[in-house]
Ligand binder design. Structure first.
Ligand code: DHB
Ligand code: MG
Length: 222
């Protein structure tokens, strides 16, 4: 997770202190994939996801994009004992680390890892649905494909949640972002449409929560 602002630091310390396992998971990610350490969700977001899971009575979760399993462990801890989280991981090296972390956790029995691209893995899970929640935190141009799938396989009253929906400070750009380090045109188009669709009050009770990265949270009402 990123170095926090003062506000986020305060929230983390008071509401989302990490236990030894979560701290170890962070250390392992930092040691093995230092460039990816900042893209993991923050502890305060893990805690927020837990709250949504309990509020909505979620028992089954799909996570598209698991990295080292940090968000999955936060979420699994809020699931009931017979709940399940299907984690999808498209990078074999990340999946190895995530599996280690799952095995080391007290919620291993709620966590199932699937390796591969989200759009290839999701169809293989359909028979177990409909699901109560999906957390989308993978390749940004892929968000529309994941949303199309979610609209068919998340139950009415379930949650569709997406990370990074402020698109690194470019979501409000009225034309494709330009310049060094800017998100791709494909990512910009996808994220604009993702938020537009989830903002439809006929289909969702939703908002974009201004976390550091932005998290769109939508209760599916159709
Ligand atoms: C990136 C991806 C993420 O999911 C995130 O939370 C932050 C950054 C990225 O691809 O740069
Ligand atoms: Mg993210």
């Amino acid at each position: 997770m990123r170095t926090p602002s003062q506000a986020i630091g305060y929230i983390r310390r008071l509401f989302a202190p990490e236990d030894a396992l979560l701290r170890q998971m962070e250390e392992n990610l930092k040691a093995r994939f230092p460039a990816l350490y900042p893209i993991q969700i923050g502890a305060e977001e893990g805690k927020m996801l837990q709250l949504f899971i309990r509020l909505a009575g979620v028992k089954s979760i799909i996570e598209v994009g698991s990295l080292a399993g940090y968000s999955a462990v936060w979420m699994a801890r809020a699931l009931p004992e017979d709940g399940v989280l299907y984690a999808i991981n498209n990078d074999p090296a990340h999946a190895v680390l995530a599996r280690e972390h799952f095995a080391a956790s007290e919620v291993a029995h709620k966590l199932v890892m699937h390796e591969g691209n989200g759009m290839d893995v999701l169809p293989t899970l359909e028979a177990r649905g409909p699901f109560d929640m999906i957390f989308i935190d993978a390749d940004k141009p892929g968000y529309i494909g994941y949303l199309d799938w979610a609209e068919r396989h998340i139950r009415k009253g379930g949650l569709i949640i997406g990370d990074n929906t402020l698109l690194f400070g470019h979501i409000w750009d009225e034309a494709p972002p330009q310049g060094e380090g800017a998100p791709s045109r494909a990512a910009w188009q996808a994220m604009r449409e993702f938020n537009r669709r989830l903002a439809d009050p006929e289909r969702y009770l939703s908002t974009l929560i201004p976390t550091e990265e932005g998290m769109t949270v939508a209760l599916k009402i159709f």
